[in-house]
Write a protein that binds this ligand. Structure first.
Ligand SMILES: Cc1ncc(COP(=O)(O)O)c(C=O)c1O
Length: 470
């Protein structure tokens, strides 16, 4: 019989990718890209070929072109930014997500994707011990999760003021004031901009030496402003890892009928581990939370969670509906109720698989291990004259400064240390400016990082600092 359908054969390209994958993960010892931009453009470049090429050849070409430009953030020596290491089980689930090619927009496009998402979202609420009645959107990351939480916040505080944003838009709405930390993560300011807020709607609250908002300043500023109010707090400061005082902020939110959103991109996971849970005390009194899967949970990129206590407010802010997309009786979750996307990747599979492979204890142990590693490193570095750990190491973050000497000032020393620590390719660090000085940031977040790495790292700091400060 004549064959009508020709099925593309996946085995060639997938076998090439699979044979390479393990080797890459096990043998990536230089964490830094080795190619220049020009070399990468050249490797990827050329005219689009008129004729296509066999899949396995294309994948082999992709590996050759990409590898010199890859960053080793899946490796234990990566400390530059808060990025997880894409757990192998999540990666495998992610491959299947692409093989299955599902569109996770609505239930009817993929009942399996919708149900995996529904279960994974329930597990996330459970392990983070947030109100079980909250609704959860699986997003591309904490930036988009913050956008969703703040969209729900904006619409709800205006609704309480008798104003329906969906009906009349923002043009004639009363001004909403948003209270943020002067050190709030930039993604929150971006989200506010997307939502129609400008600098004049934002009041910055002063911070202490750890970057925590000062509740007295918040109380003072809130008392000066009338009208609808939103507050943005932080669980896990990008540099210091510090947590705001959620109990005090939630009291103020209650007093002013304000919406409290918490940017908890990585800090929310402290709640999963008994020894760090108290850092999050009072966080469950917030109205919305944004967090990531691709940071501490180690899912592959991209995955984040937008969690909103009032599921009706969440849905009102995000809903996309049309007759051709309508639910049938008995349908399950429609992701279009929670995300600003229609067609979307079935991110729930990788989230479900990562949660299941780590399990409740695995997640708690990983968080505890990273925090213990951070404390151990702080203890060792504090013993090296000339190196100062500036922050209280409460989580997985260290902020380091270096004493000025005849080779340069403290800012120069931080840069020199960054260069020297990165020089052998085995570690990846980056500087930042924090509270008026250049500092070296250390994030301990890769799944594999353990005390054995920290012992070696502390010795390397000692040796490199002796060289740099000599
Ligand atoms: C505190 C905080 N908020 C928000 C974000 C943004 O997260 P994402 O990059 O997943 O959008 C980050 C990223 O590092 C962060 O640390």
């Amino acid at each position: 019989m004549k064959q009508i359908h020709s099925f593309p054969d996946l085995t060639g390209p997938l076998a090439t990718a699979s044979a390479y994958a393990n080797n890459y993960r096990c043998n990536k010892t230089n964490l830094h890209p080795t190619a220049t931009l020009a070399q990468l453009r050249n490797a990827f470049g050329g005219d689009l070929p008129a004729k296509g090429q066999a899949g396995e050849e294309v994948i082999a070409d992709l590996i050759r072109a990409a590898e010199p430009g890859l960053v080793g953030n899946t490796q234990p020596g990566f400390h530059a930014w808060v990025m997880g290491s894409s757990h192998p089980t999540g990666v495998a689930a992610d491959w299947l997500t692409s093989v299955w090619g599902q569109n996770a927009g609505i239930f009817q496009c993929s009942p399996a994707a919708a149900t995996a998402e529904e279960v994974a979202c329930g597990w996330v609420l459970d392990i983070l011990d947030l109100p079980r009645e909250a609704s959860v959107g699986i997003t591309t990351g904490a930036t988009m999760s913050g956008f969703i939480g703040l969209a729900a916040a904006r619409d709800e505080v205006l609704r309480r003021a008798g104003y329906d944003v969906a009906e009349t838009g923002l043009q004639y709405a009363p001004p909403v004031t948003v209270f943020v930390s002067e050190e709030t993560h930039v993604s929150n300011l971006a989200a506010l901009r997307y939502l129609g807020f400008g600098n004049q709607n934002v009041v910055e609250i002063g911070t202490d030496d750890q970057g925590r908002m000062m509740p007295e300043d918040m109380a003072h500023r809130m008392a000066q402003v009338g009208g609808p109010k939103i507050m943005i707090a932080t669980a896990g400061h990008i540099n210091s890892g510090a947590f705001d005082d959620f109990r005090a902020l939630a009291d103020l939110a209650d007093r002013h009928n304000a919406w409290l959103h918490v940017d908890a991109a990585f800090g929310l996971w402290a709640r999963a581990n008994v020894t760090t849970r108290s850092l999050t005390n009072g966080i469950d009194r917030a109205d919305s939370w944004s967090t990531d899967g691709h940071k501490w949970l180690q899912t592959p990129f991209d995955a984040g969670f937008a969690i909103v206590r009032d599921k009706d407010a969440h849905r009102r802010a995000m809903d996309i509906s049309a007759s051709y997309l309508s639910d049938a009786p008995g349908d399950g979750r429609n992701a279009t109720h929670y995300n600003p996307e229609l067609s979307r990747r079935a991110r729930g599979f990788a989230v479900w698989a990562t949660l299941k492979t780590l399990g409740r204890d695995g997640i708690a142990n990983m968080v505890r291990n990273h925090c213990d590693c951070a404390s151990l490193l702080a203890e060792k570095l504090n013993r090296i004259p000339g190196i100062t750990v500036l922050n209280d190491v409460v989580l997985n973050q260290l902020v380091l400064s270096f004493a000025p000497n005849r080779n340069g000032g403290a800012d120069d020393m931080a840069l020199k240390m960054e260069q020297a620590m990165n020089a052998d390719g085995r570690h990846f660090f980056r500087c930042a400016n924090w509270q008026g000085q250049r500092v070296l940031r250390v994030s301990i977040i890769s799944h594999e990082t353990g005390p054995q790495h920290i012992q070696l790292l502390a010795r390397k700091f000692q040796r490199i600092w002796a060289e740099v400060s000599h």
